[in-house]
Design a protein around this ligand. Structure first.
Ligand code: NAD
Length: 490
């Protein structure tokens, strides 16, 4: 890897087990959103020629990697887990500097990455098929899981360690080779994760890492003729593009996209619990989780009480550079994200919602070099307003008042998205109706909308997803094909 001592470190692509600069010798700087004068690092601005090299390396490695066997593949992932654990402090600090989430959150995410690696390392020892009774008594019939081949991994910036790992680890253990393209806004963190894979000693070409623009490297990857599968997490617009290209070439694809996640606060809810969960689920990571709470649907009977408590507690939130002790919420992750959040706050005002808290850009000395916004709370929001329908991906909460639980669930379902949803209630019938009627891939009772466990399936319904699931054992469905084997003695 090359180092620029006077400025920021420059990270290379990792292709065929070599760290390589782009053929154009061009780099892209990644900035700290808490202090835009700081370059966290530079990554390669790769060309189509670099991408071809990466995909060809993965293509040439796929047979050997498949034949190595699942157990040996799992053992390598244990090594990566140990290496990531050793680098946890450095990687977490890089993540905070690069995309702004607070250091405790970044450490938690990196530790999650370690746990995901160990989970999939363990998969190396688990079943890769089933036996099925045949109608012919002297025959043996069984299934084998076989890898897809070369899998493209395209990831967003909001979970720069966990999302790449929850894609790359199952892809590898089930026998695929990988070309990984991270979001540029978090590519330095991603490069440090790839360093752990590089040190673990995989065969050449098994994991390839390439940075560059979505338009050139992302699009070039999804269109590449040597690709056998593509897993994408990001925005709906780009996701549709991935689907079109993959469908045209008949390759398997998986999309996890946006959300507009509701929390229902029923009249019998524990209001303290509900308020804490709305703040944590809605505003941690500056509201930039795909499972973040953005719509809070409150029964009229307890609306005023809930609102009062929410406004009291939201005012205790400390905002600032996520590296500092005691900071609860960092900046928006980039200038683009900051502009988007500000424009939605303006739209909310223009369409007649009442801004009852925050929403202003912070300009005092400690904030002036960063992309800081005070969390915003709107009320008098109707379900058909833009701020109740479009994903904002920032610290903005919309309060919607309803007169019954049935209406609450109807409003919660009035969205093209269906990723995550929560209810706060003590009533068994209420939460059973919610579990049954809610159109979301993750439904949670008396718990915040953002929160997943790595051993459970994760994914959305409706426009949030293509319906396949990531994480846990469910990941196997995407990263493998089933081969049905029938054997008869001669
Ligand atoms: P994005 O769609 O802008 O970018 C995602 C990735 O796609 C990046 O690596 C980007 O470089 C790449 N890309 C951009 N243009 C491309 C193109 N034409 N072809 C191929 N790749 C291209 O999304 P983002 O801003 O990085 O992330 C935020 C979005 O991700 C939000 O919508 C959020 O809800 C979603 N998200 C979803 C989940 C989930 O699991 N459902 C998790 C995290 C984030």
């Amino acid at each position: 890897m090359s180092h620029t001592k006077t400025v920021a470190q420059t990270f290379s692509n990792f292709i065929n087990n070599e760290w390589k600069q782009s053929s154009d010798h061009d780099v892209i700087a990644s900035y700290n959103p808490a202090n835009k004068e700081e370059i966290v690092g530079n990554v390669q601005k790769s060309s189509k020629a670099d991408l071809d090299e990466a995909v060809e390396a993965a293509h040439n490695a796929k047979k050997g990697w498949r034949k190595l066997g699942q157990v040996a593949r799992g053992q390598l992932l244990y090594k990566v887990a140990d290496l990531l654990e050793e680098s946890l402090e450095d990687i977490a600090e890089t993540m905070t500097r690069e995309m702004g989430k607070t250091l405790p959150e970044a450490k938690g995410e990196t530790a999650r990455g370690v746990a995901i690696l160990r989970y999939y390392a363990g998969e190396g020892m688990r079943s890769d098929g089933d036996t099925i009774p045949s109608t012919e008594p002297d025959a043996l019939m069984f299934t084998r899981r076989t890898p897809l081949g070369v899998v493209g991994v395209i990831t967003p910036w909001n979970f720069p360690v966990a999302i790449p790992i929850w894609k790359i680890a199952p892809a590898l253990v089930y026998g695929n080779t990988v070309v990984f393209k991270p979001a540029t806004e978090a590519a330095v963190t991603a490069a440090k994760v790839v360093e752990c894979f590089a040190k673990a000693g995989f065969p050449k070409g098994v994991l390839n890492f390439i940075t560059g623009s979505g338009a050139v490297i992302g699009q070039g990857l999804i269109d590449h003729p040597l690709l056998n599968g593509i897993t994408f997490t990001g925005s709906e617009g780009v996701g549709k593009n991935v689907a079109r290209s993959a469908t045209e070439r008949g390759i398997k694809y998986q999309l996890e996209m946006g959300g507009k996640n509701p929390v229902i606060v029923a009249r019998d809810a524990d209001l303290n619990l509900a308020v804490d969960a709305v703040l944590s689920g809605g505003l941690k990571s500056t509201g930039q989780k795909c499972t973040a709470t953005s719509r809070v649907i409150v029964e009229a009977d307890i609306y005023d009480q809930f609102k009062e408590l929410l406004l009291k507690k939201i005012d205790e939130i400390t905002i600032g550079d996520g590296l500092k002790d005691g900071i609860w919420m960092g900046p928006c992750a980039s200038e683009g994200q900051f502009n988007t959040v500000c424009s939605y706050i303006e739209k909310g005002k223009q369409e007649g919602a009442s801004l009852i808290y925050g929403g202003e850009v912070l300009t005092d000395d400690e904030y002036k070099n960063g992309f800081f916004v005070r969390p915003a709370v709107f009320e008098n929001v109707n379900s058909d307003m833009i701020i109740a329908q479009e994903e904002i991906f920032g610290p903005v909460l919309a309060l919607l008042k309803v007169d019954s639980l049935e209406n609450a669930i109807d409003v919660a379902n009035d969205s093209k998205y269906g990723l995550s949803a929560s209810i706060f209630t003590r009533n068994i019938s209420s939460f059973l109706s919610f579990i049954d009627d809610m159109e979301a891939g993750l439904v949670r009772v008396n718990a915040e909308s953002a929160g997943v466990e790595l051993q459970a399936p994760f994914g959305g319904m409706k426009a949030s997803s293509t319906g396949s699931r990531e994480q846990g054992e469910a990941a196997k469905e995407f990263y493998t094909s089933i081969k049905t084997v029938f054997v008869k003695g001669s």
